[in-house]
Structure formats: C-alpha cells, structure tokens
Design a protein around this ligand. Structure first.
Ligand SMILES: *Cc1c(COP(=O)(O)O)cnc(C)c1O
Length: 425
C-alpha cells in the first residue's frame, strides 16, 4: 500500500471524506503532498508531478516564488497579526487600485467566497433591492446566495445545490445561461427587484468557457441601462489574464470586482473593490456589515504586495510567455487527439485551457455537461500516473505558471499523448 493510500485511510477517520475541499477527492484516493517548488509537487511516496492545478490558478508565479518568500520571511520577523491597521494595507490597496482602474476603494478579506458574499451584500445595500442574477455554471464560492442551480421553467428562480441551503435564499438568485445576453435582458426587465448581476468574465468553473463576441459588453450595457450594479468575479482571472484582469483585457468597467487566487500567489488573501459610492457603504461608516479577524493580516498582505510588484515588473515577458506556452501545448494536444480521431474541443486563453470530449462547441453549462466526463477521468488518471497533475475534474481548468519550462511542456505533451491513447481504448 502506498503512503498516500495509508494516509487517506487515516484521514477519513478524522476529516469528512478525507479532504478539506470536495474537488480534492478523486478515485481511488488523492495523493498526499509533501513539498513543492517552482512547477513541481512531490508526494509522500516521492513521486514528482508537474503541477498544472497550481492552486486552482492561485500560483501564477509558481510554487515558493523567491520574491514572495523573501517578503513573507521579512514580515515573519515583525509580527503575524496585529488587528489594528498597518501601512502595508495602504500600499497593497494602492497597487490594486492602480492595476484595476474600475476600483476606487478596496477592502481586503480572506477568501474568494468571502469577497463575493460581501460584493453581493454591497449590491443589495446600494440598490435596496433583493434579487441577484448569476450565470449558469459560474462558481462564486460556497455560500447560499450563489450555491444555486437553475430551476425548471422560464422564471429562472434558483434552487440550492446543497442540503441545508434555504429555498428562501436561493429563490432570490435568478440563474440565466452564460453567453446569452438576450435572456439576461429579459430577466432584468421582467424583474424590478434586481440588486446585482454577478459573472465570471471568463468562465473557469465549467471547464473553460470563453465569453463570445460582445457578450460582456452587452452584459455591461444591459446592467447600466437598467441601473443594476455589475459584479465581475475575477477571483480566477484577476492578475492571470492581465495585470488588470479580464476587465483590462476586454476593456469593460464593472461596478464591483472580487479578487483572490493569484492575488496572494499561494497565501490566503482576497479583496472586494469598486466604485467609491458603493464601497463607502461598508461598516463602520456605512450600513453594510462586513468583518474578519484575519482580514488584511500582515503575512498575506506582504505576499500580495510582492505578487503584484513582481507581476508588474515582469508583465511584458510573463503574459506573452504564458500565452505562447499555452498555444504550443493546446495545439499539440489538439493535433494528437485529431490524429487519433478522438472527437474533442479545446477552449483556451492566456494561461488556461481545458479539453472536452465532444464534437460540439462548448459555450455554456449545457454544452460543457454534454462532454464525456468519463473519458476526461481516464485521461486525468493516465496523466497523473505519468507525473502530470491537472485538476481532477472536467469542470476545472488547466493552469500554466511562470515556473513551467519548455522541458516541462515537452514532457507534458508526451504524457497527454499516452493519456489520449488511454481515452481512445
Ligand atoms: C475559487 C473561486 C471562488 C471562491 O474562492 P475561495 O477562495 O475558494 O472561497 C469564487 N469565485 C471564483 C470564480 C472562483 O474560481
């Protein structure tokens, strides 16, 4: 029995399902990580993996990036938690505001879910309205307002996807299909009680789904025309698509933005920012309540400052390199799948991609669900055996980091070749 298997058996006795976040589980058992560096993770059995999960996108600069470790080590000598303001919080806020011109003020929180929860409460507090519109398949964290799927019928009333989720909450979230601005417009004009629209500008939680031509600008126009605040959930795309996120890339200004994953490059931090008149509603001066003991803690803040500074310093090389590597990898995988006559789609942009085993374009929740997820699981298992770790689900994304080298890519291509062969058989 491998060490990971032994540890998993042990973990199950004290941790529900043996994991601290559901997507970490996969058949027959997850590997247990021991250490990481750059582009690699080593497990408790001394296997080495090239990491393409990369903390679900957080590790844009790779594991244990030197600039970030140096900043955090320095801060460790000064203190880890003060719960009174620090100068470094101002520095980080200014960096975020400089990179994201739609943000006038920003509050630091700990997780992406906390950021979207606060964003939604702000939208409700600002408009004094109740309903939120989300897009089918978008993930915004594990709280009740957004842990909602489309109900049947045309009313778009959401239903909770979790036991313990209240209908009273989920029915106030309306769910419309991604890449369908007509349905958004209909829903907004029919419901006079819409407090906000929340969207992943690039959908990275249904596999990878790109916004079609003009979709985001139409979403912006419809929300503006109807006086409804638009929340861009840039927890994945912030700093990953560009130093100013997807909003910089597409040239669209949302009213509220949430950031997390790559903001801390491996440290726990998130942010909610937006227009001054909305952000100033936060307590204690405003009446929208939000609070957290660890918010803006100096360790995470020092990591985020070093992250943004590093990104800004190397941006001219960083994004073009990631894009070039991603194009090489996805073209190679697509060519191999075509040669093997495996029906597939590959969606890719910037430093993210996903393959779907289907012959129809994947543009929304339904078309993503339609792909053969069993084939994906087979591909995942073979990749893992070959030492290539991607997120263990069709509905996640493959993330490149600055630490990947051409040698890693070449090896990864051969691993995908074997993995695609296993799918074919
Ligand atoms: C991961 C994710 C979240 C939730 O962030 P947590 O830090 O896991 O709470 C929210 N929105 C998007 C788009 C995400 O990918």
């Amino acid at each position: 029995m491998s060490n990971s298997q032994k540890l998993f058996n042990d973990a199950k006795k004290v941790i529900p399902s043996g994991v601290n976040s559901p997507v970490r589980y996969f058949e027959p058992y997850p590997f247990f990580a021991k250490k990481s560096n750059g582009a690699y993770i080593w497990d408790e059995d001394k296997n080495k993996y090239i990491d393409f999960c990369n903390g679900y996108g957080a590790l844009l600069l790779g594991h244990r990036r030197k600039e970030i470790l140096n900043a955090v080590s320095k801060q460790l000598t000064q203190g880890t938690l003060f719960c009174t303001p620090t100068e470094s919080e101002i520095e980080l806020s200014k960096l975020i505001i400089r990179n994201f011109p739609s943000i006038n003020k920003v509050r630091l929180v700990n997780t992406g879910g906390e950021a979207t929860m606060t964003a939604i409460r702000l939208a409700r507090g600002f408009t004094k309205k109740k309903k939120i519109i989300k897009f089918e398949g978008c993930y915004h964290g594990a709280h009740d307002s957004v842990l909602v799927k489309a109900g049947s019928g045309s009313a778009h009333n959401g239903i909770s996807i979790s036991d313990g989720g209240l209908d009273e909450v989920s029915k106030n979230t309306l769910v419309v299909p991604y890449n369908n601005s007509e349905e958004l417009e209909k829903t907004i004009t029919k419901n006079k009680d819409v407090a906000g629209v929340i969207i992943e500008p690039i959908l990275a939680n249904m596999g990878l789904i790109l916004p079609e031509n003009n979709f985001l600008s139409e979403v912006r126009k419809i929300t503006k025309d109807n006086g409804v605040p638009l929340i861009f959930d840039e927890v994945v795309t912030g700093f990953r698509i560009s130093p100013g996120g997807a909003q910089q890339h597409f040239g669209i200004k949302p009213d509220i933005t949430t950031l997390a994953k790559a903001l801390g490059n491996g440290f726990v931090i998130a942010a909610v920012g937006g227009k001054k008149e909305i952000m100033d509603l936060l307590s204690p001066n405003g009446k929208v309540y939000q609070a957290s003991t660890y918010a803006g803690n100096p360790i995470s803040v020092s990591a985020a400052i070093a992250s943004i500074k590093t990104i800004n310093k190397i941006k001219h090389k960083l994004y073009s390199k990631l894009e070039q590597y991603n194009a090489m990898l996805t073209h190679a995988i697509s060519d191999m799948a075509t040669d093997m006559k495996i029906p597939h789609q590959i969606n890719f942009t910037s430093s993210m991609f996903q393959i779907f085993f289907t012959n129809k374009p994947v543009i929304d929740y339904k078309s993503s669900k339609n792909a053969d997820a069993k084939k994906f699981q087979k591909m995942f298992s073979t990749l893992l055996k070959k030492g290539v770790f991607i997120a263990p689900s069709q509905f996640e994304v493959v993330f490149l980091s600055d630490a990947h080298t051409q040698t890693d890519l070449n090896y990864t291509m051969t691993a995908y070749n074997a993995a695609l062969k296993s799918v074919k058989n």
